[in-house]
Design a protein around this ligand. Structure first.
Ligand SMILES: Cc1ncc(COP(=O)(O)O)c(C=O)c1O
Length: 376
């Protein structure tokens, strides 16, 4: 249990749904109040807001071992991937986009939208919650522009090996985009060590911030080659030049931004990331390995069917159990003060730094009481 007393929800609930939304901390709550106070004190504090944007950009960058100039701050992962996709020329020799079947729908949908611009989208299928590497090997070729992979699947938590996939992509001259939304904040992620070219993530879940804030990392060497046409004034070299006669994008990844940033969310995200960094992603990963281990062991003893691979190297913070009537199970647990969620017929249990072994024991106890709803 780490920082649990910073999260008031634990006074009367067991919250195990961070894959959907992180719990509210006192720090994030007061960050929102800071936003209101600054607005009230200064009237129109644009300079301060620009500083907040810059602080938040640096916080995202530090989390993934990138430079701030390699990070665009966006309102959602959807907006980030849309801006990125608009920078590809699918009329040329590289017109294919390889998409894993682990993708959150929005990412795949943005790529499919590029079919109108000549892109061919090819899916790499999963079998029993795993996508073998040789399927990437067989699919990525010299016509592939980008390989789009989700680090951990939002439906069942199965985790891929981005370094191995990026190496396959690079052998064919293709780029790799990693969607880290289900892993960032739960484990160390180093874009340089992984060798991924592009990465997206957001503040809403394990970064403990709010909705309406995400980011895109673009490897420094690629920035000048990618000219997004989904754009706006915050993407310009000089935002406040206010020149209506031309479009002059920033030299940095800021060129993937668009309009006025969601300022309240910058305050909240920075506060959330500060909490994560105060503990450290290495320590959080070890804690989550212990908690997910307790749950997997209990499920194994009672013959509950996991939708998540057992090997801790192959899953993230989310463990999914197969259920016959998952919505009923989620509702019954909620009545008992346990917050979890569902996707694809699976019960999703996603602890974070604030959970402890007692939370898992209590859940296991209630699952036993509702065992007729679990697949065995
Ligand atoms: C892996 C993943 N990517 C993206 C998203 C959402 O992206 P957006 O910020 O566009 O809503 C989610 C949200 O559930 C997710 O789990």
């Amino acid at each position: 249990m780490l920082l649990r007393n910073h999260f008031p929800i634990f006074e009367d609930k067991i919250f195990l749904n961070s894959c959907s939304k992180g719990a509210l901390s006192r720090e994030v709550e007061s960050a929102y109040l800071d936003y209101l106070r600054d607005w009230n004190d200064h009237g129109s504090p644009w300079e301060l807001w620009m500083e907040k944007l810059s602080t938040c950009r640096s916080a995202f960058a530090a989390l993934i071992n990138a430079e701030p100039d390699e990070v665009a701050v966006t309102t959602s992962v959807s907006a980030a991937v849309s801006a990125l996709a608009s920078a590809f020329d699918f009329a040329g020799a590289r017109h294919k986009v390889v998409v894993s079947d682990f993708e959150f729908p929005t990412v795949a949908q943005v790529w499919h939208a590029q079919e109108h611009r000549g892109a061919k989208i090819i899916h790499v299928p999963e079998t029993d919650g795993i996508i073998p590497l040789d399927r990437y090997e067989a699919t990525i070729d010299e016509q592939t522009a980008v390989v789009s992979i989700s680090h951990a699947c939002y439906r069942h938590g199965s985790r891929q090996d981005p370094a191995a996939i990026a190496a396959i992509a690079h052998r064919q001259g293709a780029l790799t985009l990693l969607d880290s939304y289900q892993t960032l904040g739960t484990m160390p992620i180093d874009v340089k060590a992984l060798g991924v070219d592009l990465l997206v993530g957001g503040a809403l879940k394990y970064l403990l911030g709010s909705s309406g804030l995400a980011f895109l990392y673009v490897r420094k060497e690629l920035i000048s080659q990618l000219q997004p046409i989904t754009t706006g004034w915050f993407a310009q070299e000089d935002i406040f030049a206010l020149d209506i006669t031309r479009h002059k994008p920033a030299d940095s990844a800021r060129r993937f931004e668009s309009g006025t940033p969601p300022v309240p969310n910058l305050y909240a995200a920075t506060a959330g990331i500060t909490l994560i960094q105060s503990v450290g992603t290495g320590k959080i990963a070890a804690h989550l390995q212990e908690l997910t281990g307790i749950l997997k062991e209990a499920a194994h003893k009672r013959n509950y069917r996991l939708a998540t691979p057992k090997d801790p190297e192959r899953h993230g913070a989310l463990i999914a159990l197969r259920s016959h009537r998952v919505e009923e199970l989620v509702a019954r647990l909620e009545q008992e003060g346990i917050i979890v969620s569902s996707r694809d017929g699976n019960l999703r249990v996603s602890p974070h730094l604030y959970n402890n072994g007692d939370d898992i024991d209590r859940l296991v106890d209630r699952l036993h009481a509702h065992r007729e709803l679990l697949v065995r």
